[in-house]
Design a protein around this ligand. Structure first.
Ligand SMILES: [Mg+2]
Length: 120
């Protein structure tokens, strides 16, 4: 069965790009969120197999959202999406329970490699 993935990023074009990569490779995008608060809401609503979480988002950033999701579901699988120069935040995310990270600008191969490694 196709794995259900939740995409969280404040940039609509970024969500569209990731969705395109995933759906072309047999994954199901079960939801999208444009900030951390929505990410938590959508996570609880859709119970996805995997979350792709942008770090920099308005209202609530991806690290706070990650921490809250993990607090509610310690088995949550989350991959962080970072920009160049966010090493400290990537480390904090991994220490907070994120399984992997990908760095923008995204290459489809790297996105798929991370997704496959974490969720199959
Ligand atoms: Mg962002």
């Amino acid at each position: 069965m196709a794995k259900n993935i939740l995409i969280c990023d404040d940039a609509a074009f970024m969500r569209m790009m990731i969705k395109d990569i995933l759906t072309k490779n047999g994954y199901n995008v079960i939801g999208e969120a444009e900030n951390g608060a929505k990410a938590i809401e959508k996570y609880n609503e859709t119970k996805p197999d995997l979350v792709l979480m942008d770090i920099t988002m308005p209202e609530m950033d991806g690290i706070q959202a990650l921490k809250k999701i993990i607090a509610g579901d310690p088995n949550a699988l989350v991959i962080m999406c970072s920009a160049m120069g966010q090493q400290a935040m990537v480390i904090e995310s991994i220490q907070s329970g994120a399984k992997d990270f990908i760095v923008k600008p995204f290459q489809a191969d790297r996105v798929l490699e991370a997704v496959k490694k974490v969720v199959g």
